[in-house]
Write a protein that binds this ligand. Sequence first.
Ligand SMILES: Nc1ncnc2c1ncn2[C@@H]1O[C@H](COP(=O)(O)OP(=O)(O)OP(=O)(O)O)[C@@H](O)[C@H]1O
Length: 303
Amino acid sequence: MIETIQLRKRYGNKDALKNVTCHIPKNSFVGLIGRNGSGKTTFLKLLAGESAPTSGQLFVGGEQPFDNIQVSANTMLIDDEFNLVDNARLTEGLDAMAHFYPKFDRPLAERLLAYFEIPTHARQSKLSKGMNMTYRFVLGLCARTDVTYFDEPTNGMDASVRKDVYRLLLKDYVEHPRTIIVSSHHIEELEQLLSYVVVLHDGQTVYVDEAEQLQQRYVELIGSAATIQSVIAKSQVVTTFGEAPVQHVIVPNELTAEERHQLQQSNVQIKGVGLSDAYIYMTEHRKGGIDDVYNDYDADSTL
Ligand SMILES: Nc1ncnc2c1ncn2[C@@H]1O[C@H](COP(=O)(O)OP(=O)(O)OP(=O)(O)O)[C@@H](O)[C@H]1O
């Protein structure tokens, strides 16, 4: 469905995306994850045809999206700027959606807005930040375009709305399968939904595959630090946390049978990791974590 090869986007003298190569199968529910500034928004804007790549190839349903009416009629990008009609009342926004998107489910949109207590006679510009994002989310969901991109859709929503929104997204996706890409920093809220994950790091794809595979990249060893260190080479350790004597050591899921045996014999627990943790380990700063920064500062300040 979506195919990119060495996709690059340059702003001035800076590469926002420098090498994005990925294949996303049709009807996948995709999590687009990456740290601040890794290129998620830039990538979604390219996919939605809102900007043109600097170089590389990009196809959505076999078409190049930029300046392509056929693609835009079947695509929605919902972000915190989405606004179909300037200074319109929500009812006018619903009218416009029905006009542009033939599969728009207006009755569902109206029911959802009533449920979230968003007044449809109000002007979009007068809604609170969270309500505005919920309104945009409802439009994106009910448009039922073949491809829908949500860029940080839950920004500004309270915890209970966020929960409803993800539940809703899953229900609607199951009833009406289509390709959905959601960028979010709250992966833990999303991880039950995702079938596929794209991880961007510093403008490059560092992971494109099924969500489950990402989780299986690492294991957590829990036990005596000294025992773990006697079995596992230092170079294998991704990160360590917790205080001695019981520590948590994260390593790639590449333990040999012999290593597993030795660890188990020494009462070291071997545990799987969650998706959001796996992502953090994958993109962790290699120069140490926030503790090191704080400790260095502390040491300097006492000189
Ligand atoms: N219009 C622009 N002009 C110049 N630089 C830009 C522009 N848009 C993005 N960038 C730069 O491109 C890089 C990627 O930005 P982008 O917004 O795509 O990242 P992101 O992963 O969505 O970040 P965040 O998680 O913080 O929203 C950043 O370094 C950003 O400063």
